[in-house]
Each structure stands twice: as C-alpha cells, then as structure tokens.
Design a binder for this molecule. Sequence first.
Ligand code: SF4
Ligand code: F3S
Ligand code: FES
Length: 248
Amino acid sequence: MSYKANFKVWRGDADGGDLQDYTVEVNEGEVVLDIIHRLQATQAPDLAVRWNCKAGKCGSCSAEINGMPRLLCMTRMSVFTESETITVTPLRTFPVIRDLVTDVSYNYQKAREIPAFAPPKHLGLGEYRMKQQDVERSQEFRKCIECFLCQNTCHVIRDHEENKEHFAGPRYLMRIAELEMHPLDEADRERAAQEEHGLGFCNITKCCTEVCPEHIKITDNALIPMKERVVDRKYDPVVWLGNKLFRR
Ligand code: SF4
Ligand code: F3S
Ligand code: FES
C-alpha cells in the first residue's frame, strides 16, 4: 500500500534557508531516510543529507523530525498518520553546512580534549586484570554510535553557543565517567570532569537519555554517579585536607 505524504524539508546553508514543501510517495515498511532518498531521486537531486549504514549503527543520519532529534534511518513512517505533515530539519545545536548536513566538529574537539586511558605504568599489555562486573559496567557506554543526538539535545549548549567552550556534553562526560569507573585508570577524572569539562553545568534534566537511540542511561548510569563522587570528594575531610596542603 502506498500513499503520498507531505514533507517540509529545510533547505539552505550557513547564510540561511527555509522549509520547502514536497509531496512524496511512501510505501509500506519505509523509514524517513527512504523518503529523503526518494526526494533526492525524483525532485531534489541536490538535497544534502549524511547517511551511511541505514541500520542505526553509523550515527550519521541524525536530524530533527517534527522537532524531535532522531535518526532518519530508524524512524518508521508508520509512526506518523498519512495526513500528517512531516518536517525534517538539521540538528539545531551545530552549524549548518547545507540542507540536513551539519558541522559536528565540536564533538570531535571535545573527544580530543579527554586524555586517553591511563593504566599503571608497571603493567604491560596483557597484564591488565579486572573484575567481570567492572567490565560489564562500561559495556553499556561502549554501545555509543556517536550520533550526537544527546549533544544536540542538551539545553546547556542547544541555545547557548557561549557554553560550548566549557562543556563537553553528555556523550563526552559519559566517556570521562567510563574512564573514571575503570579500576585501572589512574588519571584524575573527577577533577577534570568538574574543572575542565563542565560537569557542573549538567542539571540532570535527562533529555540526553531520552533521545539516545542505543537506550544508554547516560544520566543515571554515568553522569549522576560521577557527580556523586565529585561531591563525596569535596566533602570528604581527608580529601579536603589533602587539597589544602598539596594543591595551593
Ligand atoms: Fe548517540 Fe547515545 Fe552516543 Fe549520545 S550516547 S552520541 S545519543 S548513541
Ligand atoms: Fe544535559 Fe543530559 Fe545533563 S541533557 S543537563 S547532560 S542530564
Ligand atoms: Fe547509519 Fe542512520 S544511516 S545510523
């Protein structure tokens, strides 16, 4: 069964743009990315869209559908009624390059700012030992496909360009939490999270968790535990004294 759907797609570039109307054929079982591809094939050959796997695994096709940050390839047309107008716009938090393609280099920059895993120097490769439960704890975070939907959604930077410099965003605070939970990592992740990567900006609204296509509990399992440890450390009298004596 096929029908014609009404679409509004944002067309433009860094200098500006607007929503353009299209009527496109939809067939049973299709996802929004199929419709965007049909649009390219039939009416708008120069429409820019980033995609790769069409299986929800490469994280490339992130956009906003009716204002909700989503993967184009994992959003079934069947979630909309046939008469509904579907609006597709680029991620709002990152600068537009063209049409649905944004410049997500902010995220790569934040990734580069996090020092790598720092195991004890006396351990060689193949000598790492850790408990199974510690391995399992970080498995959830490793499911991240770097779609940046969480980064796009977090209000700390969504409407506040000025916060970008000081805030790593949920995806990268989660990376720091993963390293902080690693029993062999020796870097001071708690201090870095608070002082360099803006953990304090996060007021646990959980919007990042809501949009994660991998259903990672970013807030509950990464950000809140790290916040708790930062607070514990601040109020631990032994740590407080140590900081007074050695960190002047
Ligand atoms: Fe995407 Fe989830 Fe990874 Fe954020 S944590 S980048 S929403 S997969
Ligand atoms: Fe932002 Fe997620 Fe915290 S949306 S405010 S990082 S809980
Ligand atoms: Fe790879 Fe959508 S095309 S996640």
